[in-house]
Structures are given as C-alpha cells and as structure tokens.
Design a protein around this ligand. Structure first.
Ligand code: F6R
Length: 612
C-alpha cells in the first residue's frame, strides 16, 4: 500500500527520502512523488513518476532540500497516473496521504463551490484544498491541519508541507504513521524501515494525533487538541529492525530469502518453549490463564494467507482442545449479522498488524460484546496488537516479499501452541502428549531445513510448469488449507490461475475441468486420509490429468508418465502442513522465476492492505 517519508534536517535530505521510499517499495505501489522545499526561495518543487522510485531519484538528483515529503502510491481512487500521484498541491501547500477519505465527494463539492479547482481523480486532493481554505483563517499550518483532520472521515496518514515554513505537519487516523527522532533532524514515516539509516528512536502516533516536525523538535496534540509530551505521553521506542532484515543478501529475491529463513524464524518464534515439557498460558499475555479458563469457542478472523493459517488451526483446536472453532474472512465477518458469544476467544491473525479489514473485524467483535481478544501478529506495536487484550508475537522478522511465506509458518507454530494450551486447560491434552508436541515443535526447524533441500528437484518441476495457464491444488483434512495456500502463492506471483480444493470435492464439480492441459497438484501426506486421497488421484489420472504429487517419504504413491511424485523427507503428524507448505512456496517461487514475473512486487498487490 502507500508509503510516506518526511524529513526536516540540518543537511540535504533528498537522498534519505529516496532511500526511504526504496525501503517502502515492498509494500507495493504504482507511482511515486516528492515535494522539496527550496532552502533559499522557500518555494516547493514537485516531482512525480508512474515508474519506479529509481525514476524519481533520477528526476530529483540535482536538487537539494532540508525539508520535504515523499510518497509511494497504490491507487484506490483514480488510475495510476502522474496527475493522480502524490504530492497534491494547492496554494503553496503539498500533501501526501495514505488511506481513503470516505466523505471526499461532499468535501469536493463544498470546495468547488468555494472556487477550488481539482486537477486529479483522487480523494486526497480534497485534503490539500481544505488545508489551504482553513489556513486562511488560522494562525499556522499546524492548526489548519488539525482543523482539516476534524472534517475528514475515513482512514488517513498525512504529511503536509508549506512554502516558507520550515516544518512538516503530520497526522494519522486508522493508517500507521510514526515519528523518528534523529541527531541531525526529525522525521516521519509510515514504516520504521524507511528511517533505518538515520534513526532508531521511534514514536508511534495514536489515532487523531497531529504533530509538527521541525529542527527544533516535535510539537504535538492528541485528537482532543490536548498538547502531548513526546517521550511521556507518546513513549520513545528503540527499533530493533536490522539492516540485514531489509536487504536481500545473496538471494535473488526477498521471497527466496524469506523462504530460506524459515528454520531460523521458527526457532526464534518457539524460543520461549526452550527445553520445557510444559507450556504456560502466560505466553499469550498475563491475563491469558483467566481468559482461557472461561473460553467455550474460538473465532479466528483474518485475510488471505493469514486466513489460511486460521483454517489449519481450526483442525488443531477442535482436535486438541475439543472446542468449536470458526474461521472467518475478516471483510465478511465485519459486515454480516452473526450470533455473538461473549465466551468465545476472538483471534485476529495478521502479519502486518495493519490490515484494515482484520482490524475492523476485531473492533466489530468487541462492539458485539466479545472482549476476549487475542492478536497473533508479527508487528509488535501495530494497531491490531494494540486493539486486542492478549497477544502472541511471531518472530518472523521483517517480511518484504509481498507473498507471505515465513509469516505464515510462524503463525502456524504459534497457533499450534494455542491449540495445545487450550487443550491442556480443557483437560484433553495430557502432560505426556504435551511433552511430545513440544518435542515435535523443537524439531520443526530441522524438519523444514530438510524440505528446503528439495529445491533442485522442485526447480525441475517448475520448468515443466511455466507454460501452464491453470492448475488445481488438492488436499484433504489439515492439508486442504495448504492446497488453498499453494494455489494463492502460485496465482499471486506467477499469474497462473490456480484453485485449491478439498480433494473429496473433486467429483462435485472441478473434475469437469480435468484434461491433459489442467495439471493437478496434490498434497499427499501419509495420514489417515491417504487412501481416500489416492482414490481422488485415480479419478484425475483416469481422465488424462497430469498429477504433481507432494508426498511423504512413505506415502507409497507410484510414479508413472503422468504421475510425478516428490517425496518430503518425513511424515510430521499434526505439524505436517508446515512442511508441505514450504515445498509449495518453493514451487511457486521457481515457477515465477522461470516466467520472469516481478516476484517480490507482484502486479496490483500491496504488502499491507490498510484500506478496505
Ligand atoms: C498473500 C498475502 C496476503 C496477506 C493478507 C493479510 O501472500 O500476503 O494474502 O496474507 O493481505 O495480511 P496480514 O497478514 O498482514 O493481515
């Protein structure tokens, strides 16, 4: 989604802004821009590009400035084009914006009636004209921005600059924005990684805060206009993000790096279990023992890949804890009439912690009286974590490839811990079983490492696959969600149309698609459903379908001209989905590599979906 970087410093900040935007590229964007304030004349110069940030760097390379705002845009209102790219300017003021202004039509009509002329199709442009309008009767830019924000409905993070003023004013509501306190200046960005080269001292703004950044420091008020003391009302955090986390190293793509990081990040996420034979519910928060003791059902809310980890968890939770578990797509749940259950544990799963629908669905569940909320998240200070009573932080580290990989497997590890914990509290997981499950979890990084060693064989499959236009992914039981995830990975980075199905559903419809041009990828672990799955695979083979089977070493599936089998090193019981998904991630990655797509930044997609 969109990204913001803003700075006021004692030296030229143009290279920093370009570097910051480059670090935000992973979020996904289709145009970029910046507004520089000339130190001598005080005038603003704007550069915009529908190409990559590198084009913007080229355009602005001979310019210097000590205060400026910059943006990457992911189009919502108005096509990706230079005229719709930010910053938007009016009357010597420039604005960049992340989010969506829902009342922009009414504001635009009001401003048009006042004589303001609109030159873009965006919702954002109303913000800049409104600031200009209100600045006519307010003492300074800060007040004009604060007044403007009170009229905005929807989601926003904004940064504003004005000719002649040596400051940048920022505000946020619903979209993330943080301040950076540096030795040579002060900064703002939508993501701490953008500021990594100048500061690790980060201040997270809260809903409705307005802040003015200048060389002299930060002036800020909250949504009710009460002055804020930075460091007291809004604490300073020291970011632990490392430069290596945001660089590819020897890997060709972030996605490949992130796939190969999985043994390490799984070990980090599971670090707290150490050599323990038993888990404490406190790993989910201090009040977890009390909250969990009263839970009679689980509702998981998430989107995309995180939704798929929730689907796997449903099998685990119902099997180990014996309590009903529902998994819902957050964007559906938030708008439907459902039956609230105040004793239900509501679990929000999110890599970014920013996903607008997931955040709204948790707020919605709370509004229905469901206060037992747990965030399972990879971003410690994110909105979703702050919204929930309990939290478990996965330790996947920064995930930059748009296609989620290591965040997914660490979510699975965390959800397995949750299932064991609920099972133990409910008296269904014995001490002996618990110790066994913990032992399996400790071995998981090594088991994943062995799957990664299959990369050469997976590459050969990928070569054969790259000219395909469609694919079906089949799985049963615990591996049905892995079939969905495998299909999602393939379509998002290789643009091959793929569908995931529970194998038992084949003859209820999708079998009609099977012919020699419709490859079928099947996940075939050696579990209780293997014989059923083999019958489903026969149905494909007997209709000239070509099968690509990810089997376990001992799955006893026979290879033939149209049945290709790749054997994973070991069968891993309940944790088998974690191994099988790694093989599918590698498969999608290599298919996309052969096809030559933009793997880390697939077309039309964004890393953090901060709008509906
Ligand atoms: C797919 C992918 C998305 C995200 C989804 C939710 O590879 O990454 O489907 O899983 O947008 O994002 P988070 O987990 O940040 O809430």
């Amino acid at each position: 989604m969109c990204g913001i970087v803003a700075a006021v410093a004692d030296g030229n900040i143009v290279p920093l802004l370009i570097e910051g935007l480059t670090r935000l590229e992973y979020r996904g964007y289709d145009s970029a821009g910046l507004a520089l304030r000339d130190d001598t004349s005080g005038k603003l110069t704007r550069f915009r590009s529908i190409g990559r940030v590198a084009d913007l760097a080229e355009q602005s390379k001979n310019h210097t400035a000590t205060s400026s705002i910059a943006h990457t845009r992911w189009a919502t209102h108005g096509a990706p084009s230079e005229r719709n790219a930010h910053p938007h300017m009016s009357g010597g003021i420039a604005v960049v914006h992340n989010g969506i202004i829902e009342n922009y039509v009414a504001l635009r009509e009001m401003l048009r009636a006042q004589g303001y002329v609109f030159s873009s199709d965006t919702d954002t442009e109303v913000i800049v004209h409104l600031i200009v309008h209100l600045a006519k009767t307010t003492p300074d830019l800060f007040t004009a921005v604060a007044q403007t924000c009170k009229q905005l409905e929807g989601i926003y993070a904004i940064a504003v600059i004005r000719e002649g003023d040596n400051c940048v004013v920022v505000s946020r509501h619903g979209a993330p924005l943080l301040l950076g306190l540096g030795e040579h200046g002060n900064y703002a960005a939508s993501d701490a990684s953008a500021l990594l080269s100048v500061t690790r001292k980060i201040v997270y703004l809260e809903e409705g805060d307005v802040a003015e950044i200048s060389l002299a420091g930060i002036r800020a008020v909250d949504a009710g206009d009460t002055p804020l003391k930075i460091g007291i009302d809004r604490p300073i955090h020291i970011s632990t993000l490392s430069a290596a986390e945001v660089e590819k190293g020897d890997y060709a793509h972030f996605m490949q790096k992130e796939i190969f990081e999985q043994p390490e990040v799984l070990a980090a996420t599971l670090e707290m279990i150490g050599g323990a034979q038993s888990l404490s519910p406190n790993i989910f928060g201090a009040s977890a023992p009390e909250v969990f003791a009263d839970v009679n059902a689980v509702l998981i809310l998430a989107c995309g890949t995180s939704f798929h980890s929730g689907l796997v968890a449903r099998y685990w939770i119902e099997q180990l804890a014996g309590i009903p578990c529902t998994v819902e797509i957050a964007s559906e749940y938030r708008y439907r009439v459902s039956v609230p259950n105040p004793r239900q544990l509501v679990v929000a799963i999110s890599q970014s912690g920013e996903t607008a629908d997931t955040l709204a669905s948790i707020k919605f569940a709370k509004s229905l009286g469901m206060g037992k909320t747990l965030a399972l998240c990879n971003a410690p200070e994110s909105a979703i974590v702050r919204e929930c009573a309990l939290r478990f932080l996965t330790r996947a580290g920064k995930e930059i490839g748009v296609a989620s990989t290591k965040a997914f497997t660490t979510q699975l590890a965390a959800l397995f811990l949750l299932a064991i914990t609920l099972g133990k509290i409910g008296g269904r997981v014995s001490a002996k079983d618990e110790a066994e499950y913990l032992k399996d979890l400790r071995h998981l990084p090594l088991a994943v490492q062995k799957v990664l060693a299959l990369e050469p064989a997976i590459k050969i499959w990928a070569q054969r696959f790259a000219d395909k236009h469609h694919a079906l992914f089949l799985g049963r039981g615990l591996h049905y969600p892995i079939a969905l995830e495998g299909a999602l990975k393939l379509k998002e980075i290789s643009y091959i149309h793929a569908e995931g199905y529970p194998a038992g559903e084949l003859k209820h419809g999708p079998l009609a698609l099977v012919d020699e041009n419709m490859p079928v990828i099947s996940i075939a672990p050696n579990d209780a459903l293997l014989s059923k799955l083999k019958s489903n695979l026969e149905e494909v083979a007997s209709r000239s379908g070509e099968l690509y089977v990810f089997a376990d070493a001992d799955s006893a599936i026979i290879e033939s001209a149209r049945v290709h089998v790749l054997r994973l090193p070991e069968h891993y019981g309940l944790l088998s989905p974690v191994l099988h998904v790694v093989a599918l991630q590698l498969f999608s990655y290599h298919v996309a590599l052969v096809k030559g797509t933009d793997i880390d930044k697939p077309r039309n997609l964004a890393k953090s979906v901060t709008v509906e």
